[in-house]
Design a binder for this molecule. Structure first.
Ligand SMILES: Cc1cc2nc3c(=O)[nH]c(=O)nc-3n(C[C@H](O)[C@H](O)[C@H](O)COP(=O)(O)OP(=O)(O)OC[C@H]3O[C@@H](n4cnc5c(N)ncnc54)[C@H](O)[C@@H]3O)c2cc1C
Ligand code: FES
Length: 272
């Protein structure tokens, strides 16, 4: 039976945090907001449903209509930081927020990363924007553990600078770090010392490769998955994913799942 508690619970309402700044970091944006009404201890791997307090929807096709899900990248004394990649109307609006504007949020939601298995060292593996929930995990575990990151290009790889002690880098085009897949770095790391627990977040193809490498070497892995989320708190069933124990709602039983709960990490996202 999967243990889903304790977790930090969200206050049962949408509240307004105050944007303190938005920074560009290579291909990504960092949104900082002061969440005075929220819990001080969101757990790494949990997430928030975000929307701009003003000008959210109402454009030509009314999108973005629903809030969007984002892992917090950092949480320090009520200051939340989100790392965003602009891919559609929701992320575009959040990236153009300015200090003093309101950020509507619900959270923290879901179940995040669990501690590494006894006698194992943590190995953090991120692909692209999947680096976000690994940052607060590193804040909790401390630096000094391997951080392996894969990006499309050097502009995306600037996110690696957020990690204490840096990270081992792979890029698709070789413009930063090695021209390799992050799972190539992972295999080398685990071949050298397989007494590890892997914490991975990234696109479905990468997570599937992580699941297969770890399964082959008998290394426990926790995977932070994505699914289209309309509510974020278990009401809509829009985020269900198949596991070995049947369908689960990723927003309440995840987004972090044990790799051995899954036959495949390739879940389709949904438009919303
Ligand atoms: C738990 C969780 C945590 C997340 N954390 C982060 C994070 O930290 N940072 C971050 O940047 N993102 C994060 N995401 C992803 C983010 O929530 C989505 O990318 C969100 O949909 C972006 O909203 P949007 O309006 O900008 O783009 P959307 O319009 O929702 O589009 C998102 C992507 O889906 C594609 N898409 C949209 N509709 C369809 C469709 N009908 N068919 C096929 N493809 C479609 C788009 O082309 C685009 O690539 C997270 C998601 C989850 C579930
Ligand atoms: S997003 Fe609504 S049930 Fe998970």
């Amino acid at each position: 039976m999967r243990v889903t508690e304790p977790r930090t619970l969200a206050p049962p309402e949408r509240r307004k945090a105050h944007v303190t700044g938005v920074e560009r970091l290579g291909a990504y944006h960092l949104v900082h907001a002061h969440d005075s009404g929220g819990p001080r201890d969101p757990q790494p791997g949990q997430f928030y449903m975000l929307s701009a307090a003003e000008r959210w929807g109402g454009g030509a096709d009314e999108r973005p209509y629903l809030p969007r899900a984002f892992s917090h990248a950092r949480a320090r004394e009520g200051e939340l930081t989100f790392l965003l990649e602009v891919v559609g109307p929701g992320t575009a609006r959040l990236a153009e927020l300015r200090a003093g504007e309101g950020l509507a949020l619900v959270g923290p939601l879901g179940v995040g990363w669990r501690p590494p298995g006894e006698g194992t060292r943590p190995v953090l593996v991120g692909g692209g924007i999947g680096a976000a929930p690994l940052l607060c995990l590193q804040d909790e575990l401390g630096s000094g553990h391997p951080v392996l990151l894969g990006f499309r290009s050097a502009a995306h790889a600037e996110a690696a600078s957020l990690f204490a002690g840096g990270a081992e880098l792979a890029t698709d085009d070789g413009s930063a770090g090695r021209q390799a897949l992050v799972t190539d770095l992972l295999r080398e790391e685990l071949d050298a010392d397989p007494a590890a627990t892997v914490f991975a977040c990234g696109p479905p193809g990468m997570l599937e490769a992580v699941r297969l490498v770890c399964g082959e070497l008998g290394v426990p892995a926790q995977l932070a998955l994505e699914s289209g989320m309309a509510c974020g708190f278990g009401a809509c069933f829009g985020c269900v994913v198949p596991t070995n124990e049947g369908y689960i709602r990723l927003c309440v039983d995840g987004p972090v799942l044990d790799a051995d709960q899954l036959e495949s990490a390739l879940f389709p996202g949904a438009g919303h």
